[in-house]
Design a protein around this ligand. Structure first.
Ligand code: XIL
Length: 464
């Protein structure tokens, strides 16, 4: 009896594996059959962006939850598992068990990970709450260094510092034990994070920073401007965007996004939820992000209403039963409709066309490859190792898949890659798209990265 059951289950599993393999190979040969535009992640990826969700490790064993997560999202943020109390419960003793569960799940699904958060006044372990002065400053910097080093190469963006400004009209820093170690604690944290993981984007993250007229928004803006002018390593600003009756969405939100972006940082909507999930407000938030080229991703703070930290407000895109809400449809429609790259504003050249006769050599008989691309590499090198970020840009036609090769100097080897499949680890290494970044619109760019040992030198990438 048990044997027959086991055989039936194995057969079902094999049939599934076969079907999945067939679907995968069909997707490779039949461009256009991919699911782009039918899920949040695929649609955002078409616009060169990600769509993420906050994930709780203890829900990964809930099949209904992971079904939605794996289908809809291409980025995750651990909801609590990377906070200081979770990762360093005793001073100097680190615990990455639950954070690793989320990171490993994300990587197995080709999703990127936002790290949240390295330095924060809240959710500190008891030992840290009791510290002050230079001992606390040292402990904070050690925490940043240890955690960012442990996850080096696996985190797309870190919320290095969370919620360091006060609410209300003061525009001042929030009082906290960290703030009392000296006003430069934020930039010290960013420098430590950059040294530990030079490949991760480093973000400042906060709430009530959505309304452009608010003192808190202006205060964060001024800090970011100051950091950029002094070369403090900051790459992005996270707007939590927890909207509710006390802190509503306002139409100047787009001004806030574009104003931060104009400082030369990416902008990410990091913890979106909206009381009662009005479809129109969700749509407006997505449209605002798509209107700002450097608004490169949106994360909702949970999947189903029952997963929300504010579940009584039913603020998310899926019902507690896992059904898509009207807000989901509005978000998907807005993602599919928007996000075209604005045309260049420079006037066309006024020089007359060249008068030389056209070349007499016949045109090549091989048609130009469809879906050609160009790729650039930037390398962050440290003694003995490096992280490379690669930007793949589609030519004048959209791509349904892409491949690029990079030749490493001898002695250099790739140890891991993200947002791409890889073959080879030294010499000429070939990288190809993963599911969620196969579709690249004409002129649009996607990014992937890899980490390696040895010295990379100046790398160049060739689209194949
Ligand atoms: C919240 C989590 O969702 C809850 O599970 C936890 O009890 C408290 O923290 N701003 C942040 C997030 O940056 O880390 C918070 O997450 C929500 C507000």
């Amino acid at each position: 009896m048990r044997n027959a059951k086991w055989r039936a289950a194995t057969k079902a599993a094999l049939a599934l594996t076969g079907a999945a393999a067939l679907a995968a190979s069909m997707a490779m040969f039949l461009p256009g059959t991919a699911s782009a535009g039918t899920t949040l992640g695929a649609s955002a990826a078409e616009k060169g962006r990600y769509f993420g969700a906050a994930v709780a490790a203890n829900r990964l064993s809930d099949g209904a939850y992971t079904t939605i997560l794996n289908r809809e999202f291409n980025s995750v943020t651990p909801e609590n598992e990377m906070k200081i109390d979770a990762t360093e419960p005793q001073q100097g003793q680190f615990n990455f068990t639950n954070a690793d569960r989320i990171v490993n799940h994300a990587r197995s699904q080709g999703m990127s990970v936002r790290g949240h958060t390295l330095a924060w006044h809240s959710q500190q372990p008891g030992w840290m709450q009791n510290m002050s002065g230079s001992a606390l400053r040292q402990a904070m910097l050690n925490h940043v260094t240890q955690v960012a080093t442990y996850y080096r190469g696996k985190i797309a963006a870190w919320d290095v510092v969370n919620e360091a400004f006060a609410d209300g009209s003061s525009g001042a820093r929030r009082d906290s034990n960290l703030q009392r170690t000296g006003n430069d604690w934020i930039e010290a944290a960013f420098r430590a994070a950059r040294a530990a993981d030079p490949g991760a984007k480093l973000c400042y993250n906060d709430y009530n920073t959505d309304n452009w007229t608010h003192a808190k928004t202006q205060a964060v803006y001024n800090m970011v401007r100051d950091f950029k002018s002094r070369g403090v390593p900051i790459d992005c600003v996270g707007l939590q965007s927890h909207f509710n009756n006390d802190s509503p969405y306002v139409s100047n939100y787009r001004t806030t996004l574009s104003s931060f972006a104009a400082l030369g940082v990416d902008v990410q909507i990091t913890e979106l939820d909206i009381q009662n999930a009005p479809a129109n407000t969700y749509r407006a938030v997505v449209e605002d992000c798509l209107a700002v080229p450097r608004c490169n991703g949106i994360t909702v703070w949970g999947i189903r209403d029952s997963d929300s930290w504010r579940s009584e407000q039913s603020p998310l895109l899926f019902t507690s039963g896992g059904a898509k809400k009207a807000a989901y449809d509005a978000v998907l429609a807005a993602l599919n409709a928007g996000g075209t790259t604005p045309p260049p504003t420079t006037a066309p050249p006024t020089t007359p066309p060249p008068t030389t006769a056209p070349p007499t050599t016949p045109p090549p008989t091989t048609p130009p490859p469809t879906g050609s691309c160009t790729a650039t590499v930037s390398v962050n090198q440290w003694p003995g190792g490096f992280v490379a970020n690669v930007r793949v840009t589609a030519g004048s036609s959209a791509l349904n898949s892409w491949a690029t090769t990079i030749t490493l100097p001898s002695g250099a080897a790739v140890t891991n890659a993200w947002s791409a499949n890889r073959s080879g680890n030294s010499g000429t290494v070939r990288f190809t798209n993963v599911d969620y970044n196969s579709q690249v619109g004409a002129g649009q760019t996607i990014e992937f990265g890899f980490q390696g040992t040895g010295t990379a030198g100046n790398l160049s990438a060739t689209c194949a």
